[in-house]
Design a protein around this ligand. Structure first.
Ligand code: 5GP
Length: 202
């Protein structure tokens, strides 16, 4: 069985990354799975511990960090977020590709640690469409919305290491594009590996 790869999916707040990833996994349950991150932020209404995040105190987070449990961590606003090695391993063991739905600094750090990681940036059809989505979600205060908007341009500036750019205009199309990227990346190899597999030499 060919080992799964790590795919980072990032994009500005409100671009619909979460919905896209959920639909992708509903449609192609054997292709990929997302990790559950650790965060120190408070749960939003409807969010469940162990499903959306592992919700921890700042002290607990620090303790986990000291133990070397994180592939990457980031400070965002006043909160901390981190990807657990154990989550990545859990999905790899299932023979699936790993999807990390994380912000861009995290993506860049993952690429430094896992050279074969593939970074995908999800774009809104326009900046105006993005603002509309954040407001209609209704879970953020006006102050948080304006703070997040000012982050958008900075996020684009950080996208240097990203290789794929998928516009989330029609959700179904965006899901198919991400699926195609995952499938295509899974067929990448080099002739040395192939000859080893077929003839026992390279
Ligand atoms: P939210 O608080 O809206 O759930 O997430 C805020 C941002 O943190 C989003 O861009 C989300 O993708 C990102 N994020 C969630 N978990 C992690 C993580 O483990 N590492 C990093 N670097 N970013 C994360």
């Amino acid at each position: 069985m060919k080992e799964g790869k790590v795919f980072v999916i990032s994009g500005p707040s409100g671009v619909g990354k979460g919905t896209l990833c959920r639909l992708l996994m509903d449609r192609y349950p054997n292709l990929a799975a997302t990790t559950v991150s650790v965060t120190t932020r408070a749960p939003r209404p409807g969010e469940k511990d162990g499903v959306h995040y592992y919700f921890k105190s700042a002290e607990e987070f620090e303790e986990m960090e000291k133990k070397g449990m994180f592939l990457e961590t980031v400070n965002k606003y006043t909160n901390r977020y981190g990807t657990l090695y154990s989550e990545v391993e859990r999905i790899m063991k299932e023979g699936k590709n790993v999807i990390l739905e994380i912000e861009m600094q995290g993506g860049v750090n993952v690429k430094k640690r896992i050279a074969g990681a593939v970074l995908i940036f999800i774009l809104p059809p326009s900046l105006e469409a993005l603002t509309g989505r954040i407001v209609s979600r209704g879970s953020e205060t006006a102050e948080e919305i304006s703070r997040r908007q000012s982050e958008v341009e900075k996020e684009f500036d950080q996208a240097k290491d990203y290789e794929y750019f998928v516009v989330n205009d029609v959700l179904e199309d965006a899901v198919e594009k991400v699926k195609s990227i995952i499938v295509a990346e899974g067929t990448k190899d080099n002739i040395g590996n192939i000859k080893q597999k077929y003839f026992g030499r390279n």
